[in-house]
Design a protein around this ligand. Structure first.
Ligand SMILES: [Fe+2]
Length: 359
């Protein structure tokens, strides 16, 4: 099922949302489904590190419990934003309005769009071309189904959507929902048909509607923030892209580290404080050191934090950028938030022919 496919499932713990990345390993084109605004840097770093070109950021529906990262993805990659064309008013910023029967291509692969309203008026389920995987949003959850008591939801419609559009897929088709609150990651059509307590085991429409109309769920916590933002595809009200740092082009890696490019540091050496965390003996080696850098070996950093000046952003450097990555964690934990790792360390610095001082 995962042959000839790049597939990643990502999780946002704050909203229990799953985000899915699917790519064509040959052309490197990819789509991402149900992104979370606060996880944008993580997701974008993964795209970069896997060398994928994003063609579309898709949402299975207009979410009420988290803000989508679709607009941020478009700003970062130029991808198109896709969501159902059936919302009224339509969602702003959508370059790829989806409807039943559409195909969203990424390289040689595609997702098929199935309209599965009921949780909201215009939810879709996205089905992979070989019918091996389906992304059900909140229409069908693992052993559950999305609530149908607001946003144009309707339990009868939801019953029809699940039974006609999802349960008609092959039994072995794996189902990936937009959320799970109990640590479950994946299910299958056969499994939900048999064990879903709301709609499995031969439940008819009356059983399902009776269940759904008596859930008595509280109002979602995020709805007043999330819905207006999601009607703009997640564009913030001020239209500004939040940046990881205000002092330079700092990036966050998928590993969660903050790093900066050597060329920028070389051009802006006066603006930053360079902290070299190699052992003193390494200074004698051929790579040399960056002019005016301060030497504090990593194993002494914790004890010597008071020696690090706080008036400038700190760029940590070592041989290959591994130990200095850990140095930035120590610095940031100590309150030096303007700290970043020099990507590639002195190795990359010297490969790029940037200036060094030999001792
Ligand atoms: Fe939802």
């Amino acid at each position: 099922m995962f042959a000839n496919l790049v597939f990643r499932q990502l999780f946002d713990a704050a909203s229990s949302t799953y985000t899915y990345l699917l790519g064509d390993p040959n052309t490197r084109q990819a789509v991402i489904i149900d992104t979370v605004f606060e996880q944008h840097l993580r997701d974008h770093a993964l795209l970069r590190e896997l060398d994928l070109q994003l063609v579309a950021a898709l949402d299975t529906h207009c979410h009420a419990d988290h803000v989508t990262g679709a607009w941020l993805m478009q700003q970062a990659t130029g991808c198109r934003i896709g969501i159902s064309r059936r919302y009224r008013p339509p969602v702003e910023g959508v370059g790829l309005p989806l409807d039943h029967g559409d195909r969203v291509a990424f390289g040689g692969r595609h997702l098929e769009v199935r309209a599965t309203p009921g949780h909201t008026e215009a939810c879709v389920t996205l089905v992979l071309d070989d019918h091996g995987l389906a992304f059900t949003g909140d229409t069908l959850l693992i052993r559950g189904a999305g609530r149908s008591d607001f946003q144009g939801g309707n339990a009868r419609t939801l019953y029809q959507s699940i039974t006609q559009e999802i349960f008609s897929l092959p039994d072995a088709c794996l189902l990936f929902p937009a959320h799970d609150y109990s640590g479950r990651t994946v299910s299958s059509v056969a499994e939900e048909k048999a064990h879903n307590p709301r709609i499995g085991g031969g439940a008819d429409e009356r059983d399902f509607v009776g269940f759904m109309e008596n859930l008595n769920l509280p109002h979602p916590k995020q709805i007043d923030i999330a819905l207006p933002a999601n009607l703009r595809s997640g564009r913030p009200a001020d239209g500004n892209v939040p940046r990881p740092a205000d002092w330079g082009p700092v990036r966050r890696t998928y590993a969660g580290l903050f790093e900066i490019e050597p060329e920028w540091v070389a051009e802006n050496l006066q603006q930053v404080h360079v902290l070299d965390v190699r052992q003193a003996g390494e200074m004698q080696e051929s790579l040399g050191r960056i002019a005016d850098s301060q030497l504090v070996p990593l194993n002494e950093l914790e004890a010597r934090l008071a020696e690090i000046p706080r008036d400038k952003p700190v760029v940590a450097v070592c041989h290959a950028g591994i130990r200095s990555g850990q140095a930035t964690v120590i610095l940031r934990n100590a309150g030096l938030e303007r700290a970043a790792n020099l990507r590639g360390g002195m190795l990359l610095w010297s490969q790029l022919g940037l200036p060094v001082r030999k001792i």
